[in-house]
Design a protein around this ligand. Structure first.
Ligand SMILES: CC(C)(COP(=O)(O)OP(=O)(O)OC[C@H]1O[C@@H](n2cnc3c(N)ncnc32)[C@H](O)[C@@H]1OP(=O)(O)O)[C@@H](O)C(=O)NCCC(=O)NCCS
Length: 109
């Protein structure tokens, strides 16, 4: 567990799922689990590491009774178009948008 992860857990309601290859920061809204950030080490990309991490979070959320997952893109961030492709590949659908923030949703099966 990294020090930043410990910091987030102590100071916020965010949860962190870390593996040797990557991590995700997520939180729970009233009716959904929201994956706020996801990162995979460059050496391990395109091997479904991100999908596997999202699947694990999905299982945790389902065990708590949640039926929806949220993800988001800030178009102005670096490589946001690549992030968009990853969200779409994972099955997220457009939900809504505000200025420089696009929200995506996916039903948890
Ligand atoms: C985005 C990120 C987490 C993806 O991690 P990953 O482990 O490589 O993703 P996966 O292997 O699970 O990808 C699943 C699918 O998403 C799509 N995908 C992944 N990276 C992609 C890219 N750079 N361009 C286009 N499609 C991509 C592909 O369809 C991929 O399946 P495939 O590799 O079998 O074709 C990783 O590239 C990363 O850490 N990027 C920097 C941080 C970042 O941008 N995070 C926010 C994303 S919303």
């Amino acid at each position: 567990m990294s020090m930043y992860s410990n910091y987030l857990k102590e100071r916020t309601d965010k949860e962190v799922l870390e593996t040797e290859q990557g991590f995700a920061v997520y939180s729970f809204t009233q009716d959904a689990v929201y994956i706020e950030d996801i990162f995979v080490d460059k050496d391990f990309r395109h091997s479904n590491v991100a999908s596997d991490i999202a699947d694990k979070i999905s299982e945790i959320a389902k065990s708590k009774g949640f039926k929806k997952m949220l993800g988001s893109i800030c178009p102005s961030t670096k490589n946001s178009t690549e992030g968009l492709k990853v969200l779409l590949a994972y099955g997220f659908k457009l939900d809504s948008s505000t200025n420089n923030f696009i929200l995506f949703a996916k039903d948890l099966e």
